[in-house]
Design a protein around this ligand. Sequence first.
Ligand SMILES: CC(C)(C)OC(=O)N[C@@H]1CNC[C@H](C(=O)N(Cc2cccc(Cl)c2Cl)C2CC2)C1
Length: 338
Amino acid sequence: DDTNNGTVPTPLINYLDTQYYGEISIGSPAQMFNVVFDTGSANLWVPSQSCSPFSTACFTHNRYDASRSRTHVENGTGFSIQYASGNVRGFLSEDVVVVGGIPVVQVFAEATSLSAMPFIFAKFDGVLGMGYPNVAIDGITPVFDRIMSQHVLKEEVFSVYYSRDPKHSPGGELVLGGTDPNYYTGSFNYMETRETGKWEVTMKGVSVGMEMMFCAEGCTAVIDTGSSYITGPASSVSMLMKTIGAQLDESGYKVNCDTVKKLPSVTFHLGGQEYSLSQEDYILWQSQIEGDVCTVTFRGLDVPPPTGPIWILGANFIARYYTEFDRRNNRIGFATAV
Ligand SMILES: CC(C)(C)OC(=O)N[C@@H]1CNC[C@H](C(=O)N(Cc2cccc(Cl)c2Cl)C2CC2)C1
C-alpha cells in the first residue's frame, strides 16, 4: 500500500512487557513472520523450513520455505550469530521482504539451528536488526538502509512506542519515516550517537533517588529495543540492588512487593536531561498463585572492553520514553511516552 505522507506505522504486540514484535512478510506469495525490531543488531533472520527437526526452538516457530517463493534467490553463504544468551546458525538467502507495506529485496539468514535457550521462550519467530550497517554480520545491507535508498520515507528516521501493560492495544508501534504524536507528549530532547555506527550515546551518570551513584565520570549507554531490561556493569547493578533491598534468585532480582511504593527512582543523565524511572517503571509486578512476585527489571551484564563497560537501556526504558532513532543526523531523541 502507499505510505501515508511518507511515514509507515507497524503495530507491535507486547508479550508480558518483555517482548515486543511486529509482523513482516518474506517471499511471494507472502510468508508471515513475527520479528523483534532490534536496534542492538543489524541482520534479519527467521527460522528455516530446512532447520533440523531436533531444534525445538525452530519447529515451534514459523519457518521460511524457499521452495514456496517464486521470488527466492539462492545464496547459501554461512551465517551465525553469537548472542550473550544463545546462538543462531544458518545460511543466507535473498527474497522480497515487506515491512509496513514497503517491499525491499533483502539478503537475510535462514536459521537452521536456534539454541533452545533462550529461543524456546521467544514468542517472536525472528529478529529484524535496525542497527547501523557496520554492526551487520557478513556486511549485509540492513533492511532500513534498503528502505532509505528507495526515498519513500518523509524523514530518514524510525520511532518506537512500547506500551507498558500487556492489556493495552496496540502493544506498541514502530513508525518508519517519522514519529507518532498519539504516543508521546511534549517535545523531543536529542543527543548525538557516540560513534556513528551504533545506537549508543554518552551517559553522564546514573543516580538513585537524589544521589549520583554510578557512571559519574561518564560511560556508554546503548538504546536497545531488542533487550527486555536495563543492564549495567554487574558490580554497579548489584550495589543498586542492595540499595533497594533486592535479592538475586535464579530468575533475576526480586523485591518484597510491600516495599515497592517506597522504592527510589533511578535516573539516567543523558544529553543534558534527566530520565527517571519510578518503581512502577522498573518493577514487574506479577500476581501468582503462591502470592505476588515483584521482579526488578535490571540485570547485571559485564560487556568486555573496548565495547564495555556499558549500560543497555531496553524495553522498560523505552516504554517510559518514546524514542526516535535518527539516521539522517546520527542522533537519538526521547519524549515522554503517553
Ligand atoms: C553482536 C551482536 C550479535 C550483533 O549482538 C546482538 O545481536 N545483540 C542483540 C541486541 N538486542 C537484543 C538481542 C537479544 O538478546 N535477543 C534475544 C531475546 C531478547 C529478549 C527476549 C527474548 Cl525471549 C530473546 Cl530470545 C534477540 C531478540 C532480539 C541481542
